[in-house]
Every structure is written in C-alpha cells, then in structure tokens.
Write a protein that binds this ligand. Structure first.
Ligand SMILES: NC(=O)C1=CN([C@@H]2O[C@H](COP(=O)(O)OP(=O)(O)OC[C@H]3O[C@@H](n4cnc5c(N)ncnc54)[C@H](O)[C@@H]3O)[C@@H](O)[C@H]2O)C=CC1
Ligand SMILES: O=C(O)C1=NCCCC1
Length: 312
C-alpha cells in the first residue's frame, strides 16, 4: 500500500516557496528544456478545453523531468471575468506523482505556484533584457499576477519609481494600499508606460492595451496576459519592432495572439539565452512573451514538497 498523498493548501504552498530557491531552479530547467533532449525533459504544449458558455478554459499541463525524478501535472482554469467580478480569473491544482510506481505523492494548490513561478520567470527575463540602468518599473493590471510581479521585481531589482495602471482606478488604489512601498497610480496606460524601463503587462485584455509608440526605445516588456491565439495585449508596432523572446517556441506558436496575429518573428527562447546559444539584446527594445510551462510548475511543486518534507 502506498502512503496517502500530501495535501497542501495555498497558505502552505506560499510559505514553502521562496523566490530565492525558485529563480535558480527555473533558470536551470528552462535552459535544459531549450536543449530539446527528450531523454531528459518531456513537456507537450498544454491541452486547452474551451468552456465557451462561461468564457473560460481548462488547461492541462503535464511534464516529466527524468533526471530529477519529477512527474507532474497542473490543471488550470482561466476565465475572462466581467469588470467588477470578485472571482479569481486563474485557479489551479498541481499533482506530483511517483515516476516509478505511478501513484500521486502530493496534491497542492496551484494558484500560489502559478503566481510565483510566472513572476519569477519574468524577473529572469528582466535580469537578461532590461536596460542596464533601469529606474522605472510599470505594471499594467492589478490582479494576482500584478501582485506577484510587484513582489519579485521590487525584491530582486532596485527601481527608483514604480507605477501601476488598472482599468478601474479604484482597483489600482486597492492594489497600492496592500503594499509596503511607494507606487504611483496612473490614469492611463500611456501615462504609466511613458519613459518606463521595464513594463509588465498582466491583464485579462483580449485587445491591445500597450502601443509601441508609447514605449521607450530599449525598454523591456514582460508580457504575461493574452494567452490565447486570438487575444492581444501588445500592438503590431511593438511586436514587430521589438526583439521577441518566448518561454517555449511551440507554446508561443500555438497560443500567443500577440505573436501569431502580428506576424512577429520569435528571436529566441529564454532557455536558449540562458544556455548562451542566443544573445540577450539588452540595448534593443525587447518583449518576453510568457505563456507558462508545465516544467515551471513541476520544479516549483518539487521545491514545495522538499521544503514541506524537511519540516515533517
Ligand atoms: N503567462 C503565464 O504563465 C500566465 C498568464 N496568466 C494570465 O495573466 C493575466 C492576469 O492573470 P491574473 O493576475 O491571475 O488575473 P486577475 O484576474 O487576478 O487580474 C487581471 C487584471 O487584468 C485586468 N483586466 C481584465 N480585463 C482587462 C481588459 N480587457 N483590459 C485591461 N485590463 C483588464 C483586471 O482589471 C485585473 O487588474 C491573465 O490574462 C491570465 O490568463 C495567468 C497565469 C500564468
Ligand atoms: O501557465 C499557466 O498556468 C497559465 N497560462 C496562461 C493562462 C492561465 C494559466
């Protein structure tokens, strides 16, 4: 008989997952992924089931990391919520398995993992691509991803100014009231992004909200939303003028409206830059188009379980 799986709620997952541990593990696994060695990593593009009646999607994100003995899947639902809805737009559960015998070893909340690993990957992109003397950070959106991006970006980097824009100004004020540091609430995207060195787009938008003409030359954009092939956050001008990096080429081709609909060319995967096979063009305007990967959830879940096991 196998042991019952460990059950970890959001609070426990949050407590057991630090950015300090997460960032090097993500850098390492994304570098390995970009080598496309299927004896080491298997991660298909996520399967997505549309829930058309409710403006939602169910995504299933399996991954197997043979050398590290990690077999994992995340199941994630994401919805386009009506303005003013208090429901979360992204919810998830992560399962870890024993790769040898096939039983489930842990079932854990996936919201905290999704929030932290996505923000940590964006921070890795900023470390590689943002201008050398970056002073101004701008966050578009005020939800879960905006919050985790604020946390890691202000932790890892030293910005002189942080700005936030949200489509409802009161939500931007609520976001700022929950934080420790000073953040300027902006009333338009244009005001928020003008002169910014680093821009995070973390919205539920399906039409462009960020226009290339507003973006300072040499700025870095970490684009986190618009994860469907017909959704946009960034306009054609920005997509065509910037050097475009992605987490996975296959994922970007299948799921990113900003890439597919603009016809922009992908320059490299983050892992290819980490491996040194493509350069980080820091002096140019750069976009990192994030879609999320099962391997990111897998290493995050393993870290959570290792930490939890070390305490019990
Ligand atoms: N790249 C990745 O790995 C991941 C991407 N996502 C995506 O990131 C985005 C944000 O996710 P969460 O923070 O979890 O959602 P959330 O619901 O907590 O926050 C969404 C934010 O977007 C704003 N928003 C919604 N519709 C908008 C519109 N039409 N125009 C402008 N702003 C709009 C909301 O006011 C809110 O501030 C979503 O698109 C989600 O699908 C989520 C998880 C992982
Ligand atoms: O990677 C993820 O997790 C997600 N990516 C895009 C949409 C919501 C969840």
């Amino acid at each position: 008989m196998t042991d019952s799986p460990v059950l970890l709620n959001k609070h426990e997952v949050e407590r057991c997952l630090s950015y300090e541990d997460l960032i090097p593990r993500l850098e390492s696994v994304m570098g390995k992924f970009s080598k496309r060695d299927s004896s080491e990593i298997i991660q298909p593009v996520r399967s997505v089931v549309p829930i058309a009646q409710h403006n939602g999607f169910l995504g299933v994100m399996p991954a197997y990391l043979a050398a590290e003995g990690i077999l994992c899947t995340k199941m994630v639902t994401f919805y386009q919520r009506a303005e003013g809805s208090s429901l979360p737009s992204t919810q998830a559960t992560v399962l870890l398995f024993d790769p040898e015998h096939g039983h489930v070893t842990a079932i854990m909340d996936g919201e905290a993992i999704t929030a932290k690993r996505t923000a940590a990957v964006s921070a890795i992109s900023a470390k590689l691509f943002m201008p050398a003397l970056s002073k101004v950070l701008c966050i578009l959106g005020s939800g879960q991803q905006a919050r985790s991006h604020y946390d890691v970006f202000t932790n890892v980097f030293k910005f002189k100014e942080v700005r936030v824009w949200s489509r409802r100004r009161e939500m931007a004020h609520r976001f700022v009231n929950d934080l420790q540091g000073p953040v300027r609430v902006c009333s338009s995207v244009k005001e928020a992004v003008t002169g910014a060195d680093v821009i995070v787009t973390a919205t539920g938008a399906s039409e462009p909200i960020l226009f290339g003409e507003w973006v300072k030359s040499g700025a870095h954009v970490a684009a986190v939303g618009a994860c469907r092939p017909d959704w946009r956050e960034l306009d054609d001008v920005l997509m065509r003028e910037a050097v475009v990096y992605v987490d996975s080429r296959e994922g970007a081709t299948a799921e990113s409206g900003d890439i597919v609909l603009s016809g922009a060319q992908v320059f490299a995967e983050l892992g290819e830059v980490i491996n040194g096979s493509f350069p980080a063009q820091r002096e140019k305007t750069t976009v990192f188009k994030s879609l999320g990967m099962g391997i990111q959830d897998a290493v995050s879940a393993k870290l959570v379980l290792e930490k939890w096991n070390s305490e019990h």
